[in-house]
Design a protein around this ligand. Structure first.
Ligand SMILES: Nc1ncnc2c1ncn2[C@@H]1O[C@H](COP(=O)(O)OP(=O)(O)O)[C@@H](O)[C@H]1O
Ligand SMILES: [Mg+2]
Length: 268
């Protein structure tokens, strides 16, 4: 079991204090969430919120606990302690309600290799309960929105990484979920694909709450309203991007907060 360092337990609060989300409805609320794998504490006492219509950047170095946290929020991994709600529903006791309201893109998109893109997305629309008469039109809509219409007749197995990510995003938004959770959606993409995905995420943020896990700082600066930085299983920074990077660049804040002696900043 990893020992807790004192700076993890005494965060410095700066910024907007209790007005964290203004009047915005809280769509993701994480309270003291922890997860251990055997003796290894991967996530320890994580708390943060995401408001309606916010794009929240969930930042941290490799191994910080981003995927573990996200999988708990997406109801695929039971927490060892703490609780979380998504769209007001508990991720453990109301997992079915949560799943109806989220779009989740895991690190590796869950595609069926032997299906064509259009077949796969039609199948997803069916299992996500899109009204039968709307399925064909909805599949066309998300293919356009995610720039995958040109590969509609390709087998998922034959897609490049960039297209796999975009088809993964298309399945995540199929039922127009209130909350979209994306685990490093731009990893492994080329610069042009990254720009396209960022634009798409930005546009999704106009109508949805988005939790975007990444370790690419410029991405956060470009698309996010709010930042949560995790390091070694703990939240070390939380706040609106404008507050967190008011006096320093996000890069500086990140490097200081993930270094052993860095400060904890809760620009809440
Ligand atoms: N199934 C698992 N069993 C044991 N350790 C795991 C497992 N999954 C992740 N870990 C460990 O938990 C820590 C956090 O991992 P992860 O949540 O994947 O971090 P991130 O997504 O930020 O890179 C890492 O040290 C990782 O090696
Ligand atoms: Mg990860």
């Amino acid at each position: 079991m990893r020992s807790r360092r004192s700076f993890f337990t005494s965060p410095l609060t700066v910024g907007l204090g209790a007005q964290q989300n203004g009047d915005a409805k809280v769509m993701i609320e994480v309270r003291g969430l922890s997860k251990s794998y055997g003796d290894y504490q991967a996530v320890e006492d994580i708390s943060f919120t995401a408001g309606k219509g916010e794009i929240v950047g969930f930042l941290g170095p490799n191994g910080a606990g981003k995927t573990t946290t996200i999988r708990m929020l997406a109801t695929y991994l039971p927490p060892t302690a703490g609780s979380a709600t998504v769209a007001g529903f508990n991720v453990v006791t109301q997992a079915d309600e949560v799943r109806k309201r989220i779009g989740y893109l895991p690190e590796n998109p869950p595609l069926y290799g032997e299906m064509k893109v259009v077949e796969y997305l039609t199948f997803i629309a069916e299992i996500k309960g899109v009204v039968r008469s709307r399925i064909a039109a909805r599949v066309e809509e998300v293919m356009e929105q995610c720039f995958v219409a040109d590969v509609r007749n390709k087998l998922c197995n034959h897609l490049s990484r960039g297209y796999r990510q975009r088809v993964g995003l298309a399945q995540a938004i199929m039922n127009d979920p209130e909350v979209i959770i994306l685990d490093e959606p731009t990893s492994g993409l080329d610069p042009k694909q990254i720009i396209e995905i960022r634009k798409l995420i930005k546009s999704l943020g106009e109508r949805h709450t988005v939790l975007l896990s990444t370790h690419i700082l410029p991405e956060v600066a470009m698309v996010c309203d709010k930042v949560v930085i995790v390091n070694r299983g703990h939240v070390v920074v939380e706040g609106p991007l404008s507050q967190v990077s008011r006096d320093k660049s996000l890069e500086q804040v990140f490097l200081e907060s993930v270094s052993q002696d860095g400060p904890i900043v809760t620009a809440a």
